[in-house]
Write a protein that binds this ligand. Structure first.
Ligand SMILES: Nc1ncnc2c1ncn2[C@@H]1O[C@H](COP(=O)(O)OP(=O)(O)O)[C@@H](O)[C@H]1O
Ligand SMILES: [Mg+2]
Length: 237
């Protein structure tokens, strides 16, 4: 089956204070798939998400999202076009309750959004349990779930999620894998993930990033058997 592309980066260059961070980033994300970005620490995975989101400026190259050029747009414009972003540092309000965190995240308050919120609470029962509790009392894993639920409550065309399993106990990572496999039935996701097990359990396609550019792309099932690539770029085995 041929999948249509929702996002295409072509030869994108990004500089931050003299540092050449993205060095010809070219990649493609297909509708309805989970595309994982893999690669060592410092390879440029987070910077790729920040550049898509307009948080880091692309000095040249093209970023096509949903048939529009977004490379020169502001983050709020990109968000309005339907790109959700869950940064590494779980963006939740610690002094507000789970309910308030969810309500504030809703760009529109209508029955569809309310339904999506209910779906998130079914997906993450811990959040339902702590509905009236402050974000600050949640565990690391529960905060991660809240951050994801906040981004997912709106109908996005593409969701960017940066290392959701970072620092989580294996049992919480397993809960996230279950949640992602439910979410991927309806959503298109770019998932940055250092946890190779999580990446293979959730991902469909992968791009390996090294020195700010893509060095290898394929179906994730083909990567599992490729010991050479795993060793060279991911430090596995
Ligand atoms: N704001 C910034 N200013 C300067 N250098 C940065 C900035 N953000 C990222 N970098 C550098 O860019 C490279 C890629 O970083 P990053 O995208 O965070 O890697 P990854 O997420 O793959 O671990 C690293 O060498 C990092 O130090
Ligand atoms: Mg990172």
């Amino acid at each position: 089956m041929k999948h249509e592309s929702i996002l295409a980066m072509t030869d994108v260059q990004t500089y931050m204070s003299q540092h050449h961070i993205l060095q010809g980033m070219t990649l493609d994300v297909k509708i309805g798939r989970v595309t994982t970005l893999l690669g060592r620490n410092g390879a440029g995975k987070s910077s790729t998400l920040k550049t898509i989101m307009g948080l880091y400026p692309a000095t040249s190259g093209s970023i096509q999202f949903d048939h529009q050029e977004i490379a020169k747009m502001e983050p709020f414009q990109i968000a309005r076009l339907g790109v959700g972003y869950v940064p590494e540092e779980q963006a939740i309000f610690y002094h507000l309750s789970v309910e308030e965190n969810m309500t504030l995240a809703m760009l529109t308050d209508n029955p569809t959004t309310r339904e999506r919120c209910d779906r998130m609470m079914d997906l993450f029962p811990d959040l339902k349990r702590f509905w009236k509790s402050k974000g600050g009392v949640l565990s690391g894993g529960q905060r991660q779930m809240l951050a994801i639920a906040r981004a997912m409550v709106n109908e996005n065309k593409l969701l960017l999620i940066d290392e959701p399993s970072k620092g989580l106990a294996p049992i919480l990572t397993d809960a996230l894998i279950v949640a992602f496999n439910e979410l991927k039935k309806t959503e298109t996701i770019i998932l940055v993930e250092q946890n190779f097990y999580m990446a293979t359990q959730c991902g469909d396609d992968y791009h390996i990033i090294d020195d700010g550019r893509v060095v290898h792309s394929d179906l994730i099932e083909n990567l599992e058997k490729n010991e050479e690539l795993k060793h060279k770029y991911l430090g596995i085995g």
